[in-house]
Design a protein around this ligand. Sequence first.
Ligand SMILES: Nc1ncnc2c1ncn2[C@@H]1O[C@H](COP(=O)(O)OP(=O)(O)OP(=O)(O)O)[C@@H](O)[C@H]1O
Ligand SMILES: [Mg+2]
Length: 287
Amino acid sequence: MEEVISLKGLSKAFNKKTAVDSIDLSIIKGEVFGFLGPNGAGKTTTIRLITTLLGKDSGTVMINGHDIDKDPIKAKTSIGVIQQQISLDNDLTVFENMVCHAKYHKIPKNIAMEKIERLIDYLDIEEYRNYKINNLSGGWKKRVSIAGALIHEPPILFLDEPTVGLDINGRRTIWDIVKQLNSDGTTVFLTTHYIEEAEVLCDRVAFINHGKIVEVDTPENLCIKVGSTAVEAFDGHKKTEYSYFSSREAANAYAGTLGSEYTVLIRNTNLEDCFVKMTGDSVGDQK
Ligand SMILES: Nc1ncnc2c1ncn2[C@@H]1O[C@H](COP(=O)(O)OP(=O)(O)OP(=O)(O)O)[C@@H](O)[C@H]1O
Ligand SMILES: [Mg+2]
C-alpha cells in the first residue's frame, strides 16, 4: 500500500490555543479518507496546514513523497483543494473562472482550453458555462469549485465540508462526483460533520476532537470496536440510554432485563454512536 500523505506531529496554535495537536496520520493511495469531527475540532486548520495555505508550528507533512518544507512546489502540484469557503470570482463566468485556475497553474493556453472542455463535460456544467458565479446556486458553485481544483489533474484532492448548506439532491450529486473521481484514481481527503456522508463515501475515517485524533479505522471496524448492535432505552421521560453489544443475541438478552417502563430500540451501531462513545462528545456540538 502506497502512502500518499504522511503527517507526523503536526501542530498549530492560534493565540496560545491549540487548534491542531500533534497529529500523526497516513493516507493511502486510492482511498477516500474522512476527517470527522464537530465544529471547531480542527478539521479546516489541518487541511490548511497540509495544503500550505497556513504555516504550521511544528511537525512534518509529506505529500506524494515530497516534504512541504523542502519541496513545496512538487508537493503542491500533487494536490487540489476545495476550501470550506468557496473561493471563486463572483463577477466572472464559470468558464472565465476555470481559465483563471489554469493561469494560476501556468498551464499553456491550448492545453488549458482542452482541459477546461474536458472538465466541463466531466462535471456536466455545459449549461452553466457562461453564467456568472453570482447567479449560481450553492450546489453548482461547489461543482465549479471542484472543476477548478481539478484543472492541473492532481492525484490527491482535498474537500473541506463539500456538501455543507446543500439540499439532499445537491449533496448526493457531490457524493457521486467524489465517487466518480475516486474510481478514476484520485485519492480523496474530505472533512465533514455529516455522519451519513462519511458512511456513504469513506473507506477510512479519523475522528478528530479538540485538535487530537481520537481513532482511525474503517467505519465497519469502528462499529465493531464499539459493539456492532446498539440498544436505545428510553425511560419515558427525558433520557435515552445507549448500550452497545457485539451481537444481536447479547443485545436482546440485555433488552430483556429492562423494566416495562422502557421503550427499547435495537439497531445497528452507526458512526455517530462510535464518535459519541469514543470521544464523549457529539459530532454536531458547537464548540
Ligand atoms: N485564523 C484563526 N485565528 C484564530 N483562531 C482560529 C483561526 N482559525 C481557526 N481557529 C480556531 O481553531 C480551532 C479549530 O478551527 P477549525 O476551523 O480548524 O475547526 P473545524 O473542525 O474546521 O470546524 P467547522 O466544522 O466549524 O468548520 C477553533 O477553535 C477556531 O476558532
Ligand atoms: Mg472547518
